[in-house]
Design a protein around this ligand. Structure first.
Ligand SMILES: [Zn+2]
Length: 187
């Protein structure tokens, strides 16, 4: 019973005449800035001026509007900001990707008659410090490892296949799919 009186059903809404729970006479408050009833202010381009007028002339209405804004609008704005921020970062990443594609290659190159070295390129495209990476590989595989080019590391030993596990393990942002196996290459 109580619920029925609280919610105005559509038929009741269309009915002419006094409505339950509404105080009469109805007073429509008009805005001194845009001359529209207050509920239209938010659609007015100079809504800020409306708000200023309201704050001055109808402080209680202004308070109500503020509460309404905080309940719905403010949250939305915050979300928008966050989304924009995220979008912005994403765009930058995409742009960088276009400049230098994120890709790592690993290959094996002969070294002498029986030995091989492993060549890793592209770690820089993931913003990885090559010196740190070279040191890491050297420790990991207990062998020589050094930076040999702008984005190239040579590891003394055939560790190519291991790198598909070792690299994503060390740098989780690098999925195994980013690593291209170039097989055996001559240097
Ligand atoms: Zn207004």
């Amino acid at each position: 019973m109580a619920e029925e009186t609280a919610a105005i059903n559509p038929a009741e809404r269309l009915k002419l005449g006094p409505r339950e729970g509404v105080t009469y006479p109805l007073v429509v408050q008009y805005c001194g800035n845009c001359t529209m009833p207050l509920e239209y202010c938010e659609y007015y381009p100079e809504f800020e001026k409306c708000r200023a007028w309201l704050e001055k002339h109808l402080p209680s209405e202004f308070e109500q509007m503020k509460i309404k804004d905080e309940a719905s609008g403010a949250d939305g704005t915050d979300d928008d900001k966050k989304r924009q921020k995220r979008g912005g970062k994403g765009m930058m990443k995409i742009k960088k990707k276009e400049d230098v594609p994120k890709k790592i290659t690993v290959s094996r190159a002969p070294r002498g008659k029986k030995k091989s070295v492993t060549v890793v390129t592209g770690l820089n495209t993931f913003d990885i410090d090559l010196k740190v990476a070279a040191k890491f590989f050297g420790t990991k595989f207990a062998c020589g490892s050094s930076v040999t080019g702008e984005d190239e590391i040579v590891i003394q030993g055939d560790v190519k296949d291991d790198l598909f596990d070792v690299i994503p393990e060390k740098w989780p942002e690098i999925d195994e799919d980013y690593i291209d196996d170039l097989g055996d290459q001559k240097r």
